[in-house]
Design a protein around this ligand. Structure first.
Ligand SMILES: Cc1ncc(C[n+]2csc(CCOP(=O)(O)OP(=O)(O)O)c2C)c(N)n1
Length: 328
């Protein structure tokens, strides 16, 4: 497994940006859990535990590149430029919600063309062939853009995974396929999904490059993502990255993971928090202190809370707009 503690992969400023984006995602995630408990928001599909690989992979893209994320990709969207207020407009299903104009569950189904975020779907793996299609279109148009497609381990058990990766491999498309491998598909553990838990091993079957990384190691993840993006842009075709991570929360706020995970396992997952690990790495380099990290998080927690209070007061969608942008 590729791991690194190298600091020269990026600058101090870039690493501090990655840290801030992770803390932003955590602030929104934590606030959403509070809002759900208060009965003010409907639902959270938590990205806790996924933030490191999400920010590292998305930061490897340019603004012209395309992101095709799964429904757990809050930190991906933040790196593309999604603001806290915009996210909260979606949470409260307000008219000004730029993600789905108040039509969908928060983070579940949306798109944001301005930020080059292609439609996110709840239909597991359905977006993988679409990512190959976006990359194929870019190739036909002579654009030098890269498409980053993210999904969970469960998605790799679907036929669309095979179809999308195989098509991209045959046409040597500029795609990075990134499995955020949290070893669960809701309650189904990875041992009941696949006899070989190393998703990247399947790359050989498609004739593409496969890489296994520790997705809780931010510098290693950033390096792996930048390598894969550079290869894709350089015409070397797709890479399949298997990023091993831990799902810290339940599958969603509708799920009780104590029914299929022990308390010990949940505690173990929490001990693999990529934010804690990255902060220790930054502290070691003297780039932050434990106190300054806590201040960053506290300020973002307040910003998330203020964004929620603001969004809740914004206008609801108008009934006469219900069919707007519905084509059939
Ligand atoms: C085609 C399809 N089958 C089943 C579901 C129900 N479902 C929603 S999320 C999920 C688990 C997906 O797990 P994984 O791909 O590992 O991603 P994770 O949620 O763990 O990040 C399932 C089975 C669905 N949404 N779509």
């Amino acid at each position: 497994m590729a791991t690194t503690t190298r600091a020269d992969v990026a600058t101090r400023e870039e690493y501090l940006n990655l840290h801030r984006w992770m803390c932003m995602a955590k602030a929104l995630d934590d606030r959403m859990h509070i809002l759900v408990k208060q009965g003010r928001a409907p639902f959270v599909g938590s990205s806790r535990g996924h933030e490191g690989i999400q920010v590292a992979s998305t930061a490897a893209l340019t603004s012209e590149d395309w992101l095709v994320p799964h429904y757990r990709g809050l930190a991906n969207a933040i790196v593309r430029g999604l603001t806290m207020k915009e996210w909260m407009l979606a949470v409260f299903a307000k008219a000004g919600d730029p993600l789905s104009a108040g039509r969908n569950i928060p983070g579940g189904c949306y798109s944001y063309h301005k930020l080059h975020i292609a439609p996110v779907s709840q239909v597991v793996a359905s977006w993988i062939p679409k990512a190959a299609g976006i990359a194929y279109a870019a190739k036909l148009k002579g654009e030098n853009t890269v498409t980053l497609c993210t999904f969970g381990d469960g998605a790799t058990s679907q036929g669309e995974f095979h179809e999308g990766v195989n098509f991209a491999a045959v046409h040597k498309l500029a795609v990075v396929f990134l499995c955020e491998n949290n070893s669960y598909a809701i309650s189904v553990p990875i041992r009941l999904q696949m006899a070989n838990p190393n998703v990247a091993d399947r790359a050989a079957g498609y004739g593409i490059r496969g890489v296994t990384i520790d997705g809780t190691d931010v510098p290693a993840s950033y390096q792996a993502a930048r390598d894969a993006v550079a290869r894709a842009r350089g015409g070397e075709g797709p890479t399949l990255i298997d990023a091993k991570i831990w799902r810290i929360n339940a599958h969603t706020s509708e799920d009780n993971h104590l029914k299929y995970r022990t308390k010990e396992e949940i505690g173990e997952a929490a001990s693999h928090d990529p934010i804690t690990r990255f902060e220790a790495w930054l502290v070691e380099r003297g780039w932050i202190t434990a106190e300054s990290a806590a201040e960053v998080q506290a300020a973002l927690d307040k910003e998330a809370s203020d964004a929620a209070d603001w969004a809740e007061q914004q206008p609801d969608p108008r009934p006469e707009d219900a069919l707007k942008n519905v084509f059939a």
